[in-house]
Design a protein around this ligand. Structure first.
Ligand SMILES: [Zn+2]
Length: 297
């Protein structure tokens, strides 16, 4: 007579746990049937799939074949963003709007800037304080490039023009550019040293530049080289590009933020523009990346 064994419930559970561990070790993707049933249809219905091929090039490094799916992420505005990453330079790209811009990019961006930089009385009252903060940025640039020429600085994507105003204390001339100059024209009478600030809308009409400041601009560009290339061409040998961009975090997920730079992608973008990187710095409280790069002499 064969002996029979009564397998206790505890033993069964132990064996199941061991089996489960083995399955995990072997990289088996499916849980046990019981666990599978625990995943409700409702949960599965919330999962979204997406295509595997990108239809765009990396705005930072320009590569197209290196773009792979990264994640679907929700912004603080409740919108879902389709994010891809570039294996060549590690930039994370917001494809939702990069691929689906139904109107010219310039229109989207200048409308966005107009909403952000509305000249309310409170904002005008705060301008001197904002100029003082920008004075610190100019000093930071000069600390890291003490031999920089002092003839002309361009504030590219100047917003309210406060960095340009601060630059007039060091540079002979400060140029301020925006896609739409309406807002800058409204702020100009309220800025100090405004007789030394010149507003420009066409980057092909630039004088030789010693420095270009581009604060919170590069993340808005669908192709950094195409937009910034003609502007950087105006840099004198030894001239500096000084920029800051937001890193990837949910409150920075916005319709007009196409690229989330890493240090590697910032360096790749500079290299593509023919510039040598002086340094990359992080504001860890605000999750900003700051970079200075210079045109070789
Ligand atoms: Zn890239």
């Amino acid at each position: 007579m064969p002996r029979t064994f009564e397998v206790s419930r505890t033993t069964t559970m132990t064996l199941r746990r061991i089996g489960h561990s083995v399955r995990i070790l072997l990289g088996h993707p499916l849980p046990f049937a019981e666990e599978q049933s625990a995943i409700s249809d409702q949960k599965l219905n919330r999962l979204t799939s997406r295509p595997l091929n990108s239809a765009f090039a990396c705005p930072a490094c320009g590569e197209a074949v290196t773009i792979v799916p990264h994640a679907l992420r929700s912004g603080q505005n409740g919108r879902t963003y389709d994010l891809w990453s570039c294996l060549a330079c590690t930039a994370v790209i917001n494809a939702t709007d990069l691929c689906a811009v139904g109107q010219p990019v310039t229109t989207v961006q200048s409308e966005s800037a107009a909403n952000f930089y509305r000249p309310t009385p409170e904002v005008i009252k705060a301008l001197p304080n904002e100029v003082a903060q920008n004075r610190n940025l100019i000093q930071f640039l000069l600390e890291h490039c003490p031999d920089l020429g002092r003839s002309a600085l361009l504030d590219f994507g100047a917003g309210r023009g406060c960095l340009a105003a601060a630059a007039t204390e060091v540079f002979d001339l400060a140029l301020a550019s925006e896609l739409d100059l309406t807002m800058l024209n409204e702020f100009l009478p309220h800025l100090p040293n405004n007789e030394r600030i010149r507003l420009v809308s066409d980057p092909r009409m630039l004088p030789p530049l010693d420095a270009i400041a581009a604060f919170h601009v590069l993340e808005h560009l669908p192709d950094v080289k195409r937009v910034l290339g003609p502007v950087v061409a105006a840099l004198q040998p030894g001239g500096a590009l000084f920029f800051q961009v937001p890193l990837l975090r949910s409150d920075y997920l916005l319709n007009t933020h196409y690229t989330f730079f890493s240090e590697a992608s910032a360096r790749a973008a500079c290299s593509r523009l023919g510039l040598d990187v002086v340094g990359v710095w992080y504001d860890q409280a605000l999750d900003f990346l700051t970079c200075i790069a210079r045109r070789p002499r």
